[in-house]
Design a protein around this ligand. Structure first.
Ligand SMILES: [Zn+2]
Length: 305
C-alpha cells in the first residue's frame, strides 16, 4: 500500500504518509532517479535526499530549512543545487565526499583517465556541486522540526556514512540505499564495507516503524511484515553470492577470474564499472572466506576451497 498516492500529471507522483511527502522520481525512482522525502514541521521543514525527480518540480519545490543527504552518492545529492544557500547535512563519515569533485571520485575509488566519463556524468547528468560548507550529523542526532523530528540511525556499509532516518511521530523509516531490491546490497565502492553492511541490516531489522521508504524501486512499504519479507530476500543475496563464489572455487581461481565470471552483475549486463565493482565486492567475500579457513591460497594469487 502506498498511502495516498497522487498523480500530478506526466510522471510526477507523490504519496502522503502523515506529515511526510514521498516525491517519487520517474519510473518509481529507478536509478538514476530516486524518491525524495519532504518533512514539514510546525517550526521547520526539511527535504531528505533531493533527487533528479525534483527537477521537473522546480516551479513548486517543497520548502526546506535544511537538506539531509542520507549518504554521499550522486543520485542522492543530485537535487542539492535546487536548494543553494540552504544548510546541507551529511553523516560525518561521508562529509568529506561532498567537499569537492575529486573527493567524490575518491569515495567511489575511481581515478585515472578511465574515470573521466564518470566525472563528467557527475557534473552533467547529476548536477554535482561541491558543498564544502556541508554540516556533519552523527548517530543518534535528532533534527527537531517543532511537531515532528527526524532521528539519525548510522547504517554504514553501502558507504561509510550511510544513514537511515526515522521521522516521528509519523513513524516513517527512510532506508536510503538499503533499497530492498532484488539486486541486493551494493558494497562495491572504495567507501563500502560488506561486514558493516551486514551489521546495518541487522540494525534496521530491529527498528519498528509504520512505513518504510526506499530511495529506489520499492518506494513505500506499510507494516513490519511487508518490510521483513523484503528485507529477508534482500539480505539473502549476500550469502547467495558467497555460496556461488565458494562453488566457483572448486578449482583454483585468481581474483581476475572471479571478476570475469561475474557474481554481482550478470555476465550480459553492460555496466561501465562492472569490473572494479566485482573486484571490490567479491574481493571482500574472498578475504572473509580465507580468514575463516574455508578457502586457501593454493598458489600465489590463486584460491580454492
Ligand atoms: Zn548510494
Amino acid at each position: 500500500m502506498d498511502g495516498e498516492r497522487q498523480s500530478l500529471g506526466s510522471s510526477l507522483e507523490q504519496a502522503e504518509l502523515g506529515g511526510v511527502t514521498v516525491l517519487f522520481g520517474e519510473r518509481r525512482g529507478r536509478y538514476p532517479q530516486g524518491n525524495s522525502l519532504a518533512v514539514r514541521g510546525s517550526e521547520e521543514s526539511l527535504v531528505i535526499d533531493p533527487s533528479l525527480g525534483l527537477y521537473p518540480r522546480r516551479s513548486s519545490l517543497p520548502p526546506a530549512d535544511r537538506i539531509l543527504n542520507s549518504h554521499c552518492h550522486e543520485d542522492h545529492v543530485a537535487g542539492n543545487p535546487l536548494y543553494r544557500g540552504v544548510p546541507c547535512h551529511l553523516h560525518e563519515a561521508d562529509l568529506p565526499g561532498i567537499a569537492s569533485l575529486d573527493a567524490m571520485m575518491a569515495l567511489y575509488g575511481f581515478d585515472g583517465p578511465e574515470a573521466d566519463p564518470w566525472r563528467k556524468a557527475l557534473v552533467e547528468q547529476f548536477h554535482f556541486e561541491a558543498r564544502p560548507d556541508a554540516l556533519p550529523y552523527r548517530d543518534g542526532d535528532v533534527f527537531e522540526l517543532g511537531d515532528r523530528r527526524v532521528e539519525v540511525i548510522h547504517t554504514p556499509g553501502h558507504t561509510r556514512g550511510h544513514c537511515a532516518l526515522h521521522v516521528l511521530p509519523d513513524d516513517v523509516l527512510y532506508l536510503g540505499d538499503i533499497d530492498l531490491s532484488s539486486f541486493g546490497p551494493y558494497y562495491g565502492d572504495a567507501w563500502s564495507d560488506l561486514e558493516d553492511f551486514e551489521r546495518s541490516l541487522e540494525r534496521v531489522r530491529g527498528i519498528r516503524a509504520r512505513w518504510y521508504v526506499t530511495f529506489h524501486h520499492i518506494g513505500v512499504l506499510e507494516g513490519r511484515e511487508a518490510f521483513l519479507e523484503r528485507l529477508d530476500r534482500y539480505a539473502a543475496v549476500i550469502p547467495t553470492r558467497e555460496e556461488r563464489l565458494l562453488e566457483f572455487l572448486a578449482e583454483p581461481r585468481s581474483l581476475e577470474e572471479i571478476v570475469a565470471h561475474r557474481f554481482v552483475y550478470r555476465p550480459q549486463d553492460d555496466i561501465p564499472f562492472a569490473d572494479p565493482v566485482e573486484r571490490r565486492s567479491m574481493g571482500q567475500h574472498l578475504e572473509r572466506l580465507v580468514r575463516d579457513g574455508r578457502v586457501r591460497e593454493v598458489e600465489a594469487g590463486r584460491f580454492a576451497r
